[in-house]
Design a protein around this ligand. Structure first.
Ligand code: G3I
Length: 356
């Protein structure tokens, strides 16, 4: 089948206790020298453990080794998005996602595609389409078929539509896609095209702040219902879960439980717990790390409370603090399960205690 080449054609309490003990024995200002060794997260969890990754990460031997040891599934952090793949002239480039896909194959890891349609990314190649020559819908279809079709038989799933719900939950976002193809129809079309391109891949609607803004969660859930009612081939729901150490207890658990109501696959798709963004807390570093471990534990416990058939994957948005996107906001932030040296942190031990 030829693909388009351009737009145009861990005992719980004792483990948890050791997590806190781990925190307690670390002088707050120094890097952690864990006294607890932890089996690989992928060997503890009864579900796939994912991580975001960039092609450049795979050229760092220590990081590549950590990823291969700890994760069972990879999500390209940015190189499977339109911003990388679609050149301004409408042709496609795949060197980086192909490198990530090759690493996944070599190490027996799953590959999760992120993301096809996102309000935040378009391309001049779409924006200047001359409807007289090539229909916008045709270019949209070519792009989805080119990308999803390329990883057919390898990708376990795709974030087909990302962040469709408005920031405050009042309706859906406006985008080039909604303007040119319809507010709802562009989403249905994206799912239909992705299903045609790879019938085996699980297709997701993904969003963020669902545990922070109840109105946004409600609107997201209604969108899922509407997509199901319209017969869109949606298999799962992703909650990014980019949260902070001052996350209100119970909201993550409530969100994951509510997302499970449709019997669809649930993906915690981009988990990290920022310390720097925990503005509501007047705590020292050690106390923040304890809070962080508690948030990690809540998310893990809530994910485990789902029926096993609905636990698609629990993906961290990176494994080692040094690679976190949050470092761009505050270089001192440490949101991920492993420290800069790839050692498990109290948060990782607390997470493991809930899933093991
Ligand atoms: O690596 C290149 C560098 O070579 C080049 O010089 C530079 C300037 O063009 O770009 C660098 O790539 C950047 C890449 O991050 C790696 O740092 C891209 O421009 C930049 O757009 C990309 O940002 C990513 C962002 O999504 C947009 O795609 C972040 O890494 C990634 O963490 C972030 O992830 C998003 C999820 O997709 C959706 N949910 C929120 C999450 C965090 O914002």
């Amino acid at each position: 089948m030829s693909l388009p080449t351009s737009l145009y054609g861990l005992s719980r309490r004792s483990l948890l206790g050791s997590a806190l003990a781990l925190g307690a024995c670390q002088p707050a200002a120094q890097s952690q020298t864990p006294t607890v060794s932890l089996p690989p997260l992928r060997s503890i969890a009864p579900f796939p453990v994912g991580t975001a990754v960039q092609a450049v990460h795979l050229t760092d031997p220590n990081l590549a080794r950590l990823i291969a040891a700890q994760a069972s599934q990879l999500t390209p952090e940015w190189e499977m998005k339109m911003e990388y793949i679609v050149r301004d002239d409408g042709t496609f480039r795949f060197e980086a996602p192909d490198a990530i896909a090759a690493f996944a194959r070599t190490h027996g890891l799953g590959l999760f595609g992120h993301t096809l349609v996102w309000y935040a990314q378009t391309s001049p190649a779409f924006e200047r389409l001359d409807e007289g020559r090539v229909s916008f819908a045709g270019a949209y279809r070519n792009y989805i078929h080119a990308v999803v079709g390329r990883y057919r038989g390898q990708a376990v799933g795709w974030d087909v539509v990302n962040e469709a719900v408005a920031e405050d939950g009042e309706g859906w976002r406006d985008s080039l896609w909604s303007q040119r193809l319809g507010a709802f129809d562009h989403m249905v079309l994206a799912f239909q095209n992705a299903r045609e391109a790879d019938p085996a891949a699980k297709l997701f609607l993904n969003d963020y702040n669902l545990e922070w803004i109840p109105k946004k969660r409600a609107t997201f859930l209604r969108l899922v219902e509407r997509l199901l009612a319209a017969g869109a081939p949606i298999d799962g729901v992703g909650t990014q879960t980019h949260v902070a150490a001052d996350q209100a207890p119970g909201e993550i658990a409530r969100t994951i439980a509510e997302l499970g109501q449709f019997g669809l696959q649930v993906h915690v798709s981009e988990f990290d717990v920022s310390l720097s963004r925990a503005k509501g807390l007047r705590l020292n570093r050690l106390e923040l790390e304890r809070q962080q471990a508690g948030v990690y534990a809540e998310a893990a416990e809530a994910f485990m409370a789902l029926p096993s058939r609905q636990r698609f994957a629990f993906s961290f948005w990176g494994l080692r603090d040094s690679e976190s996107w949050l470092k761009r906001e505050d270089a001192g932030d440490t949101p991920l399960p492993f420290d800069d040296q790839g050692r498990p942190k109290a948060a990782a031990v607390a997470w493991a205690a809930q899933v093991g």
